[in-house]
Design a protein around this ligand. Structure first.
Ligand code: B12
Length: 471
């Protein structure tokens, strides 16, 4: 049994091209290998392209070449971001045309969201795994081996039955995350992910080639109205033991000489005891590492103990998910349960650590936004004075409460073709120039005016010492 996992290129939104190794591919590969499957990973993000090459043709060629060389029994296509879907679909069509007998399964948030539309409209995609995929993919491989496909036994799975689509809703998520093998780093060449890090914030002066992703937990119990994360990782926050996480760090440190990491958790610090144990274990083992949190952390879970432990263990760059300066928007509308005083308190605590690079994430353009709420955000950014505030234009992600609201109240601008979002990636690209919805009490011109104001403010806030890294 041979399984090929393909990671389509990440959309160009990552302007600095600092690609991470793909955790989805490495986890899926690890569980497959554990059951004796031969696995190969093709990550198109690291394909070296010549300037003169047509990018799409080069991707397609690489895909077909790999399938021809490896001759897999089954192919898995990842789709972490909706923006990856057009490439993923094109790959599946090319593969199906050339190798019609190889089944193609797709997974990731976009496929999870739009499984019905994709299976109904795309002849080249046979199956879709809904949500967290380790259990389903090993079941599929096992069924392929025996030749007895009992699809109704796979939890979180969608497939074609004649002209209809059968869906087994996702009910079970892995409760013992320590039972998962570590991501299969041995199946990739880590050097392919190295980039120039000379402009990185590197207070410990460590040799850094790239930041390796870590997931100490999955999911988040919060239900912020703009976030679609729970559709993949389920309703319950599940955590690995601190020892298991530090074993993985130690492994990457000893085996690969890596000392820079990125925690990609949806809610890294939800459990204070866990966080402190994790930090103490890193300190106890004397690991000279640095780490950061590229996604926002839940500000309200922070206090002096948590921050001190994290910084002592090696935290060098943190991103607080604050989202709005308006109490009304942040708590009543988004549902963040984050008092204004807590924000001031936590940001104040960070000032004790000059080596810590502090980012704060905000969103502008919610339906209930007014000039006053935008002013509140503006004022808060000025007051907290972090190293880098980031204000994003709202994207109402399908599957979120916010998306439903925008649809119900007809807030989408430009007659957005909602029925075709499953195949239309343009919805996801804003570069902070587009607004997809019009707030109830603001015009688009107001939003653009504030966008410019925020851009100027951000430019002023970014401290000189931190004017280093793009992302
Ligand atoms: C890490 C992360 C990033 C990293 C990307 C790292 C990378 N790999 O390249 C960074 C920081 C760069 C990033 C950036 C952005 N991100 Co982001 N990110 C995440 C995050 C927090 C975790 C993803 C992850 O690694 N999870 C761990 C792995 C193990 O889980 P997984 O990928 O879901 O894979 C599992 C299943 O999906 C399934 N599966 C996945 N692939 C496959 C394939 C097969 C064949 C099968 C069977 C199963 C399967 O099995 C896997 C194992 O269980 C998610 C939130 C989330 N929890 O999903 C958001 C998330 C994916 N990001 C999101 C967004 C919007 C962005 C940004 C656009 C934000 C912005 N405005 O800048 C940017 C730009 C990205 C781009 N270029 O398009 C949205 C995507 C929504 C959408 N519909 O597209 C998410 C869901 C967050 C959210 N709150 O809604 N992100």
């Amino acid at each position: 049994m041979k399984f090929l996992l393909i990671n389509p290129p990440t959309p160009e939104v990552i302007s600095n091209k600092e690609y991470y190794v793909p955790p989805n591919m490495l986890y899926l590969a690890a569980v497959l290998q554990k059951t004796g499957v031969e696995v190969n990973i093709l990550d198109l993000n690291i394909l070296r392209l010549h300037e003169s090459q047509n990018i799409k043709e080069a991707y397609d060629k690489a895909v077909i070449e790999r399938v021809s060389d490896f001759r897999p029994s089954m192919i898995g296509l990842g789709c972490l971001f909706s923006g990856q879907f057009p490439d993923a679909l094109r790959f599946s069509e090319k593969i199906k045309d050339a190798f019609p007998a190889i089944p193609i399964v797709m997974g990731g948030i976009h496929a999870t969201l739009y499984h019905k539309e994709i299976l109904t409209n795309c002849r080249s995609i046979d199956w879709i795994v809904l949500g967290e995929g380790e259990t389903a993919i090993t079941q599929l491989a096992a069924m392929h081996r025996t030749g007895r496909y009992e699809f109704d036994r796979i939890d979180g799975f969608a497939y074609k039955v004649g002209r209809t689509i059968a869906v087994n809703p996702k009910r079970n998520f892995i409760s013992d995350l320590d039972a998962l093998p570590f991501p299969a780093y041995h199946l990739i060449n880590l050097e392919d992910y190295y980039h120039d890090t000379s402009n990185w914030h590197n207070p410990r002066g460590l040799p850094i080639n790239a930041s390796l992703p870590l997931l100490s937990s999955r999911s988040c119990p919060m239900r912020c109205n703009f976030c679609s994360m729970f559709m993949v990782m389920g309703p319950k926050w599940r955590s690995r033991s601190p020892k298991n996480v530090v074993d993985e760090i130690q492994f990457l440190y000893d085996e690969y000489g890596h000392s820079h990491f990125s925690f990609m958790d949806d809610n890294l610090t939800l459990n204070k005891r866990n966080t402190l144990e994790l930090c103490n274990e890193i300190i106890r083992r004397n690991l000279n590492i640095q780490f950061e949190t590229p996604n926002g952390v839940a500000t309200r879970t922070f206090d002096a103990d948590v921050l001190d432990a994290l910084v002592t263990a090696g935290l060098v760059r943190i991103s607080f998910a604050i989202e709005s300066g308006s109490d009304f928007i942040r708590n009543r509308i988004m549902g963040k349960h984050l008092p204004l005083e807590k924000i001031y308190e936590v940001v104040q605590l960070t000032k004790k650590y000059p080596e810590l690079y502090v980012r704060a994430f905000f969103i502008m353009g919610l339906p209930e936004e007014t000039r006053e709420t935008l002013e509140d955000t503006y004022r808060l950014i000025e007051e907290i004075d972090v190293d880098k505030p980031i204000v994003s234009n709202l994207i109402p992600f399908p599957g979120t409460k916010l998306f439903e609201q925008a649809l119900r109240d007809d807030l989408f601008v430009d007659n957005l073709d909602v029925d075709n979002l499953w195949k239309n990636p343009s919805f996801y690209f804003t570069e902070n120039k587009r607004f997809f919805i019009k707030p109830y009490n603001l015009d688009l011109t107001d939003l653009h005016e504030y966008r410019s104001k925020f851009d100027e403010l951000i430019e002023r806030c970014i401290s000189e010492k931190m004017r280093v890294r793009v992302g």
